[in-house]
Ligand binder design. Sequence first.
Ligand SMILES: O=C(O)CCC(=O)N[C@@H](CCC(=O)O)C(=O)O
Ligand SMILES: [Zn+2]
Length: 345
Amino acid sequence: MYLERLKTTGDFLSISREHEWSLPSGEFTLNNGTQVQVLDTGVIQFTPAQYGNKDIVLSSGIHGNETAPIEICHELIQAVILEKLNLAHRVLFIFGNPASMNLAERFVEENLNRLFSGAHSKGEGLCNKERVRAKQLESYVSDFFNQVEAGRYRCHYDLHTAIRGSKNEKFAVYPFLHGKPWKKSQLQFLLACGVNTVLMMQSPATTFSYFSSSQFAADAFTVELGQVKAFGCNDMSRFAEAKQTLSALISQGELVYGDFNAVDYELFNVHRTINRTQQQFTLAFADDVENFTAFKQGELLAIDGEQQIVAEVDGEAVIFPNAKVAIGQRAILTVLPMQVDERFQ
Ligand SMILES: O=C(O)CCC(=O)N[C@@H](CCC(=O)O)C(=O)O
Ligand SMILES: [Zn+2]
């Protein structure tokens, strides 16, 4: 049984990577009273003996080759199990796709981060391990939030890295809130993580962060920390603030920020999503063109079959351009700068 090894090493990441798609559940209690429950491979829940009012989900490795956040979460989990970090709140850590970590790939068969909010079960006859995993992850998150009394504070930070370089190295995606106000306190939290750039989505999505935001009213974000690198090849000093702030989030009753200052942030409204619809799909710019590169109105962005897709307005900037996505999926997100206004509370 892996539990003895987990107790002595705290290395839940290695155990998860050795059990790519499932791991028998098990539990134990730390000397400080924190209950440790392994729910599945990559899924570990911590319940302090006396816990505060926050229910916190930290996920990473939803894409297997996005290693910096996996390394951060690995170290946090290890610190908790080895009792170097005392938790103040209930926390659910998720390593999303251990099998794709072992391949050093984004996914094995299908992009896990397009399979939430029930998308795992759409498309008749379609079944694969990522679909099964998405459904399981939904139920772990759902149980985690629902196991305790209603009305508690919920958050979910789904940690990723971008495929391309980015003019803004760290940025977050604020899922569509269906007209609810964006929270300044969340911008402050992200800033404390070293993330000053936030994109406001304008429509529902099948991502993990949208799932927690829409179904559980959690403060949920996709957070992009740097660029894809192999395990061990990240300059972790670039993510020190993120690790420190996440550690504080789970170990301190409340986080305290300085005054909110709009000039600290670079905010972007999502202008449109460009989907790949045809087999023949090419981007009109090179692989080293970074996220947040702005185009002039009329400049060519992509060719989708016969259709030329051009920038609609001056300053339309590209995020996550990827010509290799499956047909029907997002190939580019475009954004325009925006300011803090009355829609932020
Ligand atoms: O750099 C890229 O092309 C992708 C990085 C990544 O995985 N981003 C997430 C964003 C999810 C969201 O829109 O909230 C993804 O594409 O799944
Ligand atoms: Zn990702």
